[in-house]
Design a protein around this ligand. Structure first.
Ligand code: ZN
Length: 262
């Protein structure tokens, strides 16, 4: 465990307002709860740029409604939802996706790295919107632990972008990545600390991870095809959350240890 309960739970909301990059997946749903626990005003932002993401976007409303039903204090903090159409990313991927990338990511369905630097674009658009909305904090679910191969998820990248955005927009944004050093199991634990079993159940049932957009097949970790890399990662994280290795187990000897949980 890399974060303590006392570090996660805030005694009172911080001023300044936050904009959460909110795709409707497990990570961004946890980030939304984290932000609602921490900031006095929270708005959400989704990007539409492909069919899989339309499925995720459809989950967002149910998650938002569930969050405010979960805690009345969050009702007053949750502000508007925004959606930006970034269909242009599809045009970029048509020309920029290399054959090498197709080989690396194509087997499990749509690659989620199909636009290099995608998170740089997302955060830059988020900062532009945050400027208009008067929001100081920007929250994203970027994570080195499960996505170490993606350079735009790295902590150094986000820190550098914060500097660039504040210079280029003459602003004082703070980019928050509360999941940066958590694996998927620890992300479930964070949700539990923020909102107990009810919040875990909400995120399990209403968030979407599957690359194939499958919302038909139910598993104990949520809905999905159960086969694609995103479903596999989610399943392994859930199992480690629900059935953690014995405390005296030597590192690396746990039953679910693997590259995705490193
Ligand atoms: Zn899947």
């Amino acid at each position: 465990m890399t974060a303590s309960a006392s570090a996660d739970l805030q005694p009172g909301p911080q001023p300044g307002g936050a904009l959460v990059l909110f795709s409707g997946g497990q990570d961004s749903a946890t980030c939304l709860a984290w932000a609602l626990d921490r900031f006095d005003r929270v708005e959400t932002l989704g990007f539409a740029y492909g069919q899989r993401h339309l499925v995720e976007l459809a989950c967002r409303d149910a998650l938002r409604r569930g969050m405010v039903a979960h805690r009345t204090v969050w009702t007053d903090r949750l502000g508007p939802d925004h959606t930006l159409d970034l269909g242009v990313l599809g045009q970029v991927s048509d020309t920029a996706l290399t054959s090498e990338a197709e080989i690396a990511f194509g087997a499990g369905g749509l690659p989620n790295t199909f636009v290099p630097g995608r998170n740089l674009l997302f955060l830059t658009f988020a900062a532009a919107l945050a400027t208009r909305r008067g929001l100081k904090h920007i929250v994203g679910g970027m994570c080195e632990t499960d996505y170490s191969g993606y350079p735009d998820c790295r902590d150094d990248t986000i820190k550098a972008l914060q500097v660039a955005l504040n210079l280029g927009m003459q602003s004082r944004f703070v980019l928050h990545t509360p999941l940066m050093w958590l694996d998927k199991a620890e992300t479930w634990h964070l949700a539990e600390r923020l909102g107990g079993a009810d919040l875990v159940g909400l995120i399990r049932d209403e968030s979407h991870s599957c690359y194939l957009g499958d919302r038909l097949h139910a598993h104990d970790w949520g809905l999905g095809c159960g086969e694609c890399p995103a479903c596999e990662l989610r399943r392994r994280g859930w199992e480690r959350y629900r059935h953690p290795p014995a405390p005296d187990a030597a590192p690396g000897n746990g039953p679910d240890t693997g590259p995705g949980d490193a």
